[in-house]
Design a binder for this molecule. Sequence first.
Ligand SMILES: Cc1cc2nc3c(=O)[nH]c(=O)nc-3n(C[C@H](O)[C@H](O)[C@H](O)COP(=O)(O)O)c2cc1C
Length: 165
Amino acid sequence: MAVTQAEFRKALGCFATGVTVITVDYEGEIHGMTANAFASVSLDPPLVLVCVDQRARTHTHLHVKKRFGVNILSQDQGKISEYYARAVRTHEEAEREAGARFERTPHGTPVLKGALAYLECRLHTAQDAGDHTIFIAHVEDVVVHEGDPLLFFRGDYRDIGPIIG
Ligand SMILES: Cc1cc2nc3c(=O)[nH]c(=O)nc-3n(C[C@H](O)[C@H](O)[C@H](O)COP(=O)(O)O)c2cc1C
């Protein structure tokens, strides 16, 4: 019994996630990509993973730079998530249309202002898996802020609800 793409997407959409923007400095330009296929891998050493479509520009950038940032979005950053999922985008539009502003780490990696948390990542392993590649990375530094996350569930953005139980 083969699973269709529509069924697969529908099932995976039931798994509520946070939303990240993966940032990379590419030839001095800030490149960002919205991603929710992000997870913790190991505590010691601290490792995370992100799965990137092999057709995405980010796929090439991560292979070349071997360093990237993971920006975990705050609940008021839905426009930024939408913006960095678009096929065509420019840095000027990112600020004008979505309010995305950046600073740089000492490594030059772009950090999205207003994000809930930032992880500075150095590539550990890249493993092709189907039409995506799993990029596993060492987390070299983290910055965490107060606030609530942006959530993604069944194709829509959501706010976090009250604590239950
Ligand atoms: C909520 C959301 C989550 C996404 N998660 C991923 C992901 O985990 N991996 C991925 O490759 N693309 C993901 N995408 C799609 C990319 O953001 C989109 O294809 C983007 O245009 C790729 O940019 P690039 O070609 O500049 O790398 C997601 C899109 C949205 C809206």
